[in-house]
Structures are given as structure tokens and as C-alpha cells.
Ligand binder design. Structure first.
Ligand SMILES: *[C@@H]1O[C@H](CO)[C@@H](O)[C@H](O)[C@H]1NC(C)=O
Ligand SMILES: *[C@@H]1O[C@H](CO)[C@@H](O)[C@H](O)[C@H]1NC(C)=O
Length: 509
């Protein structure tokens, strides 16, 4: 074989083999990554004695191979994934400093000035889910009170999207409103592939006329989430939706031009005083039937992120007391955040706090003839003789008309230990009494009438409760015997001497 004879097949094969091995080995790191062994290469290269240094994602060598020159040129800082720039690296520059007198705000300062609030942006109001229709999640339920995530409102109906309807309670045990379950397949056909999103926590009361216990019941079920999840604070409700309550109490009248209707229209009751909502949840908007209808009339479904629903028509008084007692059994202080918020708005903390105080919420015509006068006198006498502060405050129907009196009344209540009132919704002012071992609600019933409704509310709040009828405290047995629905009392007789004695006894306990 001559020196210059063309290579035979064996030699060509050898050359090709060597070239392949060389190429592979020369680019070992990339080669291994190419065949999916990146983890191996990282570990391998770092410990390899060959001195091949691993390069980190930020372009620097891994720390153990870095030297002073690297630190000088690139810097020795911590760099987190997802961060464009390490916040410490750019402290910003004040005005008038530097060659060009340029001024800018450093990253840290920026974060302080414009903290990211986590609020959804404008684009978050739209959701294209394509074929993956949002599914509803049941968070909590007792009859009449429910928490759901991702329910969908569309053309007058609220849909619960689920492929496991057995895991949800019947719609009738949640609300009397037009709600229905739907499978995800049907939902895709009916609702389409996109919709709007109503972010945050929405409260909803689906009664036509919300009960005076609306805030109490909604807070009771909603705050139970905090206890269960152990979260420090719950996001406040962003809105209260009243899908069946018009903005105004009266029906729309067509104003005759010659006889304009000058009477001020009254807003419908939300179940609590409008000022109370502004004090406790200043960030909560109220959405009445008309606003709700706007959503329904759109041709797009709306996904409600979290909905807390109360419907007293479903729960009834027993359901409500059950709910409240459940809240009380899982936490003693479940109502305190609300009461304290109100108290801190109304109360000037002073020395007089050591004195006991009694509030009598009166209503014209509630107590009979002389009974009111003589009760006021007897209470005033007790106040004088025994150093008890007495507050006489008037209950006005439709608090919405008498806004000014509300503050006065609640300021008295939040610093009182005892509240006296004739049967009816005025007793609910007692929710805001200052908690103490003496705290008591006294409800004066008409003869042969009694109800446990307020007793169970008082119990859930850890407040003592006295049902009074004329000259004696009603026993449990008597209440059961006479139980009737809670109505406003009129012309109720009361033996003032005995009731004031009873109040003094509770104050001494
Ligand atoms: C509930 O909504 C459906 C669908 O729009 C409608 O056909 C039905 O009459 C509604 N029912 C009530 C009680 O409003
Ligand atoms: C709520 O209380 C007011 C009196 O403060 C009363 O007139 C009204 O009927 C009550 N509402 C309900 C639904 O019971």
C-alpha cells in the first residue's frame, strides 16, 4: 500500500468516528443537555476536575468558581428568578447628582411608593376560558346560608356549574331566587367561551325585603372562613348584592308636571342602617335590583369569584339561630370585629368607662300609657342613687329618615351594659352593647307573647337575655308555651319597679 493511496473504508470510518467523538466531547455540556441529561451535566461539570465551570442563568459562574475579577466586573449580588434587576443594585439617584443631573427612583423606593395592591387590573374583567368552563366550588353551606366560588350569572339565572351535582346542596336550600345547576358540557353550549369576571368577595341577600339580621348572618357565615383557614384577616366584602330589592322603597311614580311629587324617596332597607355599612365596611358597594339587572341583560355570562349568600326565607328563624350558635361555638369573638369598629368610631375613651350604663331604646306607643314615664323615672332614680349612667334614645322607624339620631343612639349603646326595649327589631340594637359579665338585653313582651329569636342571638354573642312580661321574668317554659313570631309591641304594660330591680341585679353580678 503506497503512502498516497486513497483511504480505504476502514480508515474513513475511523476518521468519522474520531470526529464525532471529538465534537461530542468538545461540547459535552450541550450534548448532554441535548439528550436530556442537563441535571447530570450540572452536577458533573461542577465537580469535574477538568475546570469546566458551570454558568448560571444570570450569566455568572457558579459561586464556587467565581473569583475577585468576576466580582469586580459583574458584581457579587443575589439574583432571584423572575427579577429583572436586583433591587439593591439600583438605589436610584437624587436630583442634581451625577454627570447629567438625571434623577430616578430606585427599585425599592418604587415598591414603597407604588405597592402592588393585588387588585385586578382592567384586563382582569374579561375571561376567555375557551372550552374550559369555570366550575363552581362549594365552600360552605347550612340551609339558607352558603358560600360558593365561581358561580355564573347569565340572563336572569345564576348557574352552578358542576359535573358532580351530588356534592352540592339543592338550589332550594340555598335561595328562593332563580338558581340552577348545570353540567360543564351544557354550560359550554349555553354560556359560550368567554365572559366577565366579578372579582373579590360578593355578599348577596336574595330576600325581597332583607331582614334586620342581614349583616349579622352574612358576617357569621363569612367570618367562619377565617376561623377555619386560620387566616389573619379576611378580604372585606367588595359589594352587597340585593338582586330583588329596588333602590327605592316606593314604586316608580310618573311625576305630574303640575303636581310634582316633592316627597323625598326613601331608599330600600338593606337590613342595616346605611351609616353602619359606611362605618364597618366603607369599601363595600351596594348593588340593588336595577344594577343586578344590568348584568343580567348583557349577552355575556359573569363569573362571580366568591359569593356569600343569605336567604332568611330558606333558613327561617331556627336556621338563623343555628347558624349563629355554630359561629359562637367555634369562636367566642366572632362578632367583635364589627362591634369594635363601630365603637371606635363613636366612643371617646374616657374615665367614665368604669361606670355602668343602661340604654333604654323607646318608641312612641310601644309601652302603655304611664308605663313609659314611670320607667324613665325609675331608671333615672336608679342612675342617681347608684351611680349608673342612663341613656334614653328613641327608636325611629325607617332609620333611613332619621339619620342624625342613629349616631347618638349607637354611641349610647356601645358604652352601655344593659339595653331595654319593647319586643321587636329595636332589641337588635343590643348587638352593639359593650361585652362584660353584666351585659344584658331586656326585652319587654306584651302579655301572652314571647319569642326566642332574640334570645338565641344574644346567646350567640355571649350576652345575657331577660324576657320580661309585666312584672316578672319569663321562664324558658313560659316562652315555649307562648311562642309567637316576633312583632312590634304596642301599648305593652310593665311593672316598672320590678323590671328596674331586675336590671340592678344584673348590673351587680
Ligand atoms: C328562571 O329562569 C328561567 C330561564 O330564564 C325561566 O325560564 C324561568 O321562568 C325562571 N323562573 C323563575 C321562577 O323566575
Ligand atoms: C326592621 O326593623 C324595622 C324597625 O327598626 C322594622 O320597621 C322592619 O319591619 C324590620 N324589618 C324586617 C324585615 O323585619
Amino acid at each position: 500500500m503506497r503512502w498516497l493511496s486513497p483511504p480505504n473504508r476502514r480508515e474513513i470510518a475511523l476518521i468519522l468516528f474520531c470526529a464525532t467523538v471529538f465534537t461530542f466531547a468538545y461540547n459535552l455540556q450541550h450534548s448532554l443537555r441535548y439528550i436530556g441529561l442537563e441535571a447530570l451535566v450540572t452536577r458533573h461539570v461542577e465537580f469535574s476536575p477538568s475546570g469546566l465551570n458551570h454558568i448560571e442563568k444570570d450569566g455568572r459562574k457558579s459561586p464556587r468558581y467565581r473569583d475577585q475579577l468576576d466580582d469586580l466586573i459583574i458584581g457579587n449580588y443575589e439574583w432571584k428568578d423572575g427579577e429583572v434587576l436586583n433591587a439593591n443594585l439600583d438605589p436610584g439617584q437624587a436630583l442634581g447628582v451625577g454627570r447629567h443631573s438625571a434623577m430616578w427612583v430606585g427599585k425599592q423606593e418604587q415598591d414603597r411608593l407604588w405597592p402592588s395592591t393585588g387588585e385586578p387590573g382592567v384586563s382582569a374583567g374579561f375571561w376567555r376560558w375557551n372550552t374550559n368552563v369555570p366550575r363552581t366550588k362549594l365552600v360552605k353551606h347550612v340551609p339558607g346560608y352558603t358560600i360558593l366560588d365561581q358561580v355564573i350569572a347569565f340572563k336572569g339565572v345564576v348557574y352552578i356549574v358542576t359535573d358532580n351535582p351530588d356534592t352540592f346542596p339543592d338550589a332550594e336550600s340555598m335561595t328562593t331566587d332563580n338558581w340552577t345547576g348545570i353540567s360543564s358540557e351544557d354550560a359550554l353550549t349555553l354560556l359560550g367561551r368567554y365572559g366577565g369576571v366579578i372579582h373579590g368577595v360578593s355578599w348577596m341577600c336574595t330576600e325581597h325585603v332583607p331582614q334586620n339580621t342581614t349583616l349579622l348572618s352574612l358576617w357569621s357565615i363569612y367570618s367562619s372562613l377565617k376561623i377555619e383557614s386560620g387566616e389573619d384577616s379576611l378580604p372585606p366584602p367588595a359589594r352587597l348584592i340585593l338582586p330583588r330589592t329596588s333602590v327605592f322603597e316606593d314604586s316608580d311614580k310618573i311625576n305630574d308636571e303640575k303636581k310634582p311629587n316633592l316627597a323625598r324617596r326613601l331608599r330600600s332597607s338593606t337590613g342595616f342602617h346605611p351609616f353602619l355599612a359606611k362605618v364597618v365596611f366603607p369599601h363595600m358597594g351596594i348593588m340593588y335590583k336595577e344594577d343586578w339587572a344590568d348584568f343580567q341583560e348583557m349577552e355575556v355570562p359573569y363569573v362571580i369569584q366568591r359569593l356569600v349568600i343569605a336567604d332568611y326565607q330558606v333558613s327561617g328563624p331556627n336556621g338563623l339561630s343555628e347558624l349563629l350558635l355554630k359561629a359562637a361555638s367555634s369562636s367566642r369573638n366572632w362578632w367583635e370585629p364589627i362591634r369594635q369598629r363601630l365603637a371606635s368610631f363613636l366612643q371617646e375613651r374616657g374615665d367614665e368607662l368604669d361606670r355602668k350604663a343602661v340604654t333604654y331604646v323607646y318608641r312612641h306607643g310601644a309601652l302603655s300609657g304611664q308605663a313609659h314615664e314611670s320607667l324613665v323615672q325609675a331608671l333615672a332614680q336608679m342612675g342617681n342613687d347608684r351611680g349608673v349612667d342612663l341613656f334614653l334614645v328613641e327608636a325611629a322607624d325607617g332609620d333611613r329618615k332619621n339619620n342624625m339620631q342613629w349616631g347618638e343612639r349607637m354611641a349610647a349603646v356601645v358604652r352601655s351594659n344593659v339595653l331595654i326595649s319593647v319586643q321587636g327589631p329595636d332589641v337588635l340594637n343590643g348587638l352593639f352593647l359593650e361585652p362584660s359579665p353584666q351585659t344584658t338585653i331586656v326585652e319587654i313582651f306584651s302579655p301572652d307573647t314571647a319569642s326566642r329569636e332574640h334570645e338565641s342571638i344574644a346567646k350567640a354573642l355571649g350576652i345575657k337575655y331577660i324576657a320580661w312580661s309585666n312584672n316578672h321574668q319569663l321562664s324558658s317554659k313560659e316562652i315555649s308555651y307562648m311562642e309567637q313570631t316576633q312583632e312590634q309591641g304596642y301599648d305593652v304594660p310593665v311593672d316598672t319597679g320590678t323590671v328596674v330591680d331586675a336590671i340592678w341585679r344584673t348590673l351587680q353580678r
